[in-house]
Design a protein around this ligand. Sequence first.
Ligand code: DX5
Ligand code: ZN
Length: 215
Amino acid sequence: MALIAPSILAADFLNLERDCKMVNESAADWFHLDVMDGLFVPNISFGLPVIEAINRIATKTLDVHLMIEKPERYVKDFKAAGADVLTVHYEASTHLHRSLQAIKAEGMKAGVALNPHTSVQVLEDTIQDIDLVCLMSVNPGFGGQKFIERTYDKIRKLKSMITAAGSNTLIEIDGGVNNNNAPKLIEAGADVLVAGSFVFKSDNPTATIADLKSH
Ligand code: DX5
Ligand code: ZN
């Protein structure tokens, strides 16, 4: 059984309070919040004021995924907005180790996200300092894309790296997650499943979250 993190990117922004309350009352474990700057990724999503607002009603962990260049500039701001887990992209942070230390110094869990083209091996020397690795199973920037099958192999490699290092790092999968691939992802070693479209575009999001949680 994995932790389930519905991605608010796929929620109805005109009914954000309703959708956040649905997540509160569902079997979900975390809120996944995607921040995009139109530079690191082609898309622009939402930022600090929206996360602050969500934090006022959310009763679960806020898992903030920064798809922004030089994310270290905003560590304190996202802490103030309510982030519990703060994930930066390996490809966007030149001094990754320093960024991880800054995130932890603020009392948050530190995450690193890897684009589909980035090998898990690049984390070999930092794995013990990372609370969560987010493996992107689509190219970041948009919801509703097709899951990249190569991800299973990356999970297995990452899992053995984590085990060899004796670390407690969680493996999160982000992009194209649904009821078909969820059991296989968990079997390969995934601890957290992010799901946007599959949850919010379904007829009954609460039931869809419960289904994902049942694997
Ligand atoms: C993509 C985001 C994902 C996105 C997932 O850049 O990081 O969190 O919301 O959406 P789905 O589940 O629709 O692929
Ligand atoms: Zn995400």
